[in-house]
Design a protein around this ligand. Structure first.
Ligand code: ARG
Length: 287
C-alpha cells in the first residue's frame, strides 16, 4: 500500500509538472486577448467621428488661402489685419450651426490638402473645386458657388491675345496646386506654364511683363482688375467645367459633410451666399 501510495504520489507530481508546463503556452495565449482588450478599450474615444471630435473640442479649424478675393482675403479693419470674404462667412455659419468656435489658418493654396490629411485643419474653404482626382483623397460638400475661368492680360495686349493660339510659345501663369495649372497644361499645351503660390504674385508677374497671360477664376480676376486698370480680361474662351467650389473635409467624415450640407442648404435657400459674395466684393481693395 505504501508503495502504491508512493507511486500515486509520484504520478500526481508528474501530472502536476506536465500540466504546469502545459499552462505556460496556455497562459500566453490567454494574455493575448487581454492585450487586445486593452487596445480596444482605448479605441472608442479615437473612434469618435470627426463631427463628434469637433463638438467635444468646442472648435473647428478652417484652412484657407487668403489671396482670393472675394472668396477670402486680407483686409485692415480698425488697424487690425483680418481675413474676410464669402468663404469665411460660410465657415462662420458652419461653426455657428455646429455650436463651436471658428479658428482660421491661412496658408499657401498648394499646402491645404496635406494640412487636412495631417489633421492640422478640420476643413477647407478656399474656392476649392471638387475634382475627381481630389475626391480620391478627401470628401467634398455640395457645390456652393460656381465661377468660370478667364484669362487676364495687360490692357495694351488685349488685341494681340484673342485666342489660345495667340499665346503659343508664350508664358502663361496659374496658381500652384490649383486647377488653373491643369487647365493651362491641357487647354494651352503650346504655352509655357509658370506656376506660383500666390495670386497676388501672379498678378505682379503679369504687370511686370514676366508672363503674357494669367488664368484665374472670373470673380477673383474682377476683384484684382478693378484696382489694376493696366490689366483686363482677354476675349479668350476656356472650357468652364470643373469650376465649382465645395468644402473639403478628411475622407470618411460623412456625418461632418452631412452637417455642412445642411448649413449650405439653409444659406443657398435664403440666397444668403449671393449676398455674402456681393458684400465681400464691396470690401475688396487689392492694390
Ligand atoms: N478653384 C481652383 C481650385 O480648386 C482655385 C482655387 C484657389 N483658391 C485660393 N484660395 N487661392 O484649384
Amino acid at each position: 500500500m505504501t508503495k502504491n501510495k508512493a507511486i500515486i504520489f509520484m504520478l500526481l507530481c508528474f501530472t502536476l509538472i506536465v500540466s504546469a508546463c502545459g499552462t505556460k503556452p496556455a497562459a500566453t495565449t490567454a494574455d493575448k486577448p487581454a492585450t487586445g482588450g486593452d487596445a480596444a478599450a482605448t479605441t472608442p474615444a479615437s473612434k469618435d467621428s470627426k463631427l463628434e471630435q469637433i463638438k467635444k473640442a468646442g472648435k473647428i479649424v478652417l484652412g484657407t488661402s487668403a489671396d482670393y478675393p472675394p472668396y477670402e482675403f486680407h483686409k485692415e479693419i480698425n488697424k487690425k489685419d483680418e481675413i474676410i470674404g464669402f468663404d469665411i462667412e460660410i465657415a462662420k455659419e458652419i461653426a455657428k450651426d455646429l455650436g463651436v468656435t471658428l479658428e482660421i489658418k491661412d496658408m499657401k493654396y498648394e499646402g491645404l490638402l496635406a494640412a487636412l490629411d495631417s489633421g492640422n485643419i478640420d476643413f477647407i474653404l478656399a474656392g476649392m473645386t471638387p475634382t475627381e482626382e481630389r475626391k480620391k483623397n478627401v470628401d467634398f460638400s455640395k457645390i456652393y458657388y460656381t465661377a468660370i475661368q478667364r484669362v487676364a492680360v495687360r490692357a495694351e495686349d488685349k488685341d494681340k491675345y484673342k485666342s489660345i493660339d495667340d499665346l503659343k510659345g508664350k508664358k502663361v501663369a496659374g496658381q500652384k496646386g490649383a486647377t488653373q495649372e491643369k487647365i493651362i497644361k491641357e487647354q494651352m499645351p503650346d504655352s509655357e506654364l509658370k506656376a506660383l503660390g500666390k495670386i497676388s504674385d501672379l498678378m505682379l508677374e503679369l504687370k511686370n511683363k514676366k508672363v503674357e497671360a494669367l488664368v484665374v477664376e472670373q470673380p477673383v480676376a474682377e476683384a484684382y482688375l478693378s484696382k489694376n486698370k493696366d490689366l483686363v480680361l482677354a476675349d479668350i474662351k476656356l472650357s468652364t467645367e470643373d469650376s465649382g467650389s465645395a468644402i473639403a473635409v478628411k475622407k470618411g467624415s460623412s456625418d461632418l459633410v452631412e452637417a455642412m450640407n445642411k448649413t449650405l442648404d439653409r444659406l443657398m435657400g435664403a440666397k444668403s451666399i449671393d449676398k455674402m459674395v456681393a458684400e465681400a466684393n464691396e470690401q475688396v481693395d487689392t492694390q
